[in-house]
Write a protein that binds this ligand. Structure first.
Ligand SMILES: *[C@@H]1O[C@H](CO)[C@@H](O)[C@H](O)[C@H]1NC(C)=O
Ligand SMILES: CC(=O)N[C@H]1CO[C@H](CO)[C@@H](O)[C@@H]1O
Length: 525
């Protein structure tokens, strides 16, 4: 049945003599066998099941489904005109494709489905997001609203829809991601509503072949993330939007072989070798990479035997299918999801109160990262203090003491590794000296000199710091730009504050200093 996950689903011993040959129908729902007694035997797949929250749906006959509401044991029967080929149950909707039509049911009302005709018979994949769903057949990829309206039909060069499956296509409210077969290092990204390629139209390209992809579901479009596993079983995260910058692809796991996002909060779970891991806030890598290990939940999963597969992650329950086909349910803590909820509505006091109540370092670590990501430094300070990260508490305090709003904001950006943004903010605010100093502190010598020359200020300061740096490391100047500018500039240099930031809102001259221990902590490996 499954190509990747094989187990015995049913056993029949028909009275037909030996079966010499079998063939599946293209849609994978029927099988024919040539029998020794001269008969042809036909069989079709039934008893497929779909579960979502309190609903359990079973395909009882070729054209009949039984819906059971486990809360009140109410049963509804759904009858279809033709054979059921594919179905998907998620986000309060059941989508069923038969050989000719598509049915869309709301879990609130099983009596009046919306029905429309299919262009081509055999739907090979149905994927759902909260806002819309996707049908893939031999001819194309079609995005529909739950009202049955065709929204878009994305295409890419050399598209082959017959090879796409749930591991290689991922859908969210705003984005569609497809891993291509022609070049397996490439992920095509589309804006769901228009079906147009995202951004400059260039697909996302990784250094090795990709095996599985998944988009997160919650939060703003600008922050949409995709995770993927590559051929080496490394797990990466990246943002789908690029804003003209180099895309940061960051590794967050190894030996990963299956993963799933929670349906409503951006919590990721996966199996890494023999560990079951939950990334409560994967975005942490963009904020404070060192903090990531502290935001994880890990559990030994060797009991799941070889090649388990995560089927779904709904509510607080993760469903895993073992290689023998049996299902296991794992429950994870409900608190991180509540924390996500508070943070997405900026309820910082509630978030702090929740962490105090739960008394779990993982929660505090998540809150620290969430607070920095949302630039709420008061909460960040409390959270870092609670996990005993005193250096960061001190750094945050020193940021808070900076006199101007712009330099505070710039240092918050630096804290989370957004060096370019911090520099841009300082330049826009006219704080040229600080922008130069940021680059000096990061040893971005060329950029520091470039800014100084461009703005005709502090060239001597840059040269001085550079000279000091070379002396400290016992090196000679070889950079031609620096050699060129060093001629004829005499450095008035008093070495009193070598590795410090300077801030003075009014004059932008060297003054107050902030230590720079954490500059760039969120950068890519
Ligand atoms: C996704 O779309 C649904 C329906 O339009 C909406 O209710 C929901 O809030 C959206 N989710 C996100 C994360 O934008
Ligand atoms: C662990 C977790 O984040 N669970 C959330 C996943 O989404 C559901 C909604 O279906 C939330 O209720 C859970 O708390």
């Amino acid at each position: 049945l499954g190509i990747t996950h094989q187990w015995s689903y049913a056993l029949e011993k028909p009275n037909t003599g030996s079966i010499f040959n079998i063939a599946w129908s293209i849609d994978g729902t029927q099988i024919a066998g040539a029998c020794g007694n001269g008969h042809v035997i036909f069989a079709h797949v039934v008893e497929q099941r779909w579960e979502w929250k309190n609903f359990e749906i079973t395909l009882t006959k070729r054209r009949t489904m039984e819906v059971r509401n486990v809360i009140n044991d109410a049963v509804d029967l759904l009858e279809f005109r033709d054979r059921v080929i594919k179905a998907s149950l998620n986000y309060g909707h059941l989508v069923v494709s038969t050989s000719l039509q598509c049915y869309v049911f709301s879990t609130k009302n099983w009596n009046t489905p919306l029905i429309f005709d299919l262009k081509e018979g055999t739907v090979s994949l149905i994927l759902q997001a909260e806002r819309h769903f996707l049908l893939i057949d031999g001819g194309g990829i079609y995005l529909y609203s739950y009202e049955g309206r065709l929204i878009s039909s994305p295409k890419f060069p050399g598209m082959r829809t017959d090879v796409l499956n749930a591991q290689t296509v991922s859908l969210s409210n705003d984005t569609l991601a497809i891993k291509d077969k022609a070049d397996e290092k490439v992920i095509y990204l589309f804006e769901a509503l228009s079906g147009k390629p995202l951004g400059d139209g260039k697909p996302l390209t990784h250094k090795t072949e990709i095996t599985e992809i998944a988009l997160d579901q919650k939060g703003l479009t600008n922050e949409r993330k995709i995770v993927f596993i590559d051929k080496n079983r490394d797990l990466y995260i990246t943002s789908v939007k690029r804003f003209g910058k180099e895309q940061k692809i960051i590794k967050i796991g190894t030996m990963a072989h299956t993963l799933a996002w929670n349906d409503t909060s951006n919590i990721l779970c996966g199996l890494q070798d023999t560990r079951f891991t939950v990334w409560y806030y994967p975005n942490t890598v963009y904020v404070d990479k060192d903090l990531l290990p502290k935001t994880l939940y890990e559990k030994d999963a060797s009991e799941f035997s070889k090649n388990p597969h995560i089927v779904r992650f709904v509510g607080n329950q993760v469903t895993i299918r073992r290689a023998d086909g049996s299902l296991i349910h794992l429950n994870i803590s409900p608190y991180p999801a509540i924390l996500h909820e508070y943070v997405s509505s900026s309820k910082w006091e509630d978030a702090v109160r929740l962490c105090r109540f739960v008394k779990d370092q993982t929660m505090w670590a998540c809150l620290a990262a969430m607070a920095v990501a949302n630039k709420d430094m008061t909460t960040a300070e409390i959270a870092y203090a609670s996990i005993g990260d005193i250096d960061k508490v001190q750094y945050i305090n020193s940021i808070k003491e900076l006199p101007s709003k712009e330099s505070r904001m710039a240092h918050i950006l630096l804290f989370s590794g957004n060096i370019q943004d911090a520099e841009m903010l300082l330049l826009q605010a006219g704080l040229i000296y600080q922008a130069i100093q940021v680059n000096i502190n990061l040893y971005n010598w060329d950029r520091a000199l470039e800014l100084a020359v461009k703005h005709k200020t502090h060239v001597d300061t840059v040269l001085g710091y550079r000279q000091k740096f070379l002396e400290d490391f016992g090196k000679k100047e070889t950079n031609t730009r620096f050699l060129q500018y060093a001629e004829g500039v005499s450095i008035l240099w008093k070495l009193t504050h070598s590795a410090t930031y300077h801030d003075s809102s009014s004059s932008d001259q060297p003054g107050r200093s902030v230590t720079s221990n954490y500059v760039g902590s969120g950068r890519e490996q």
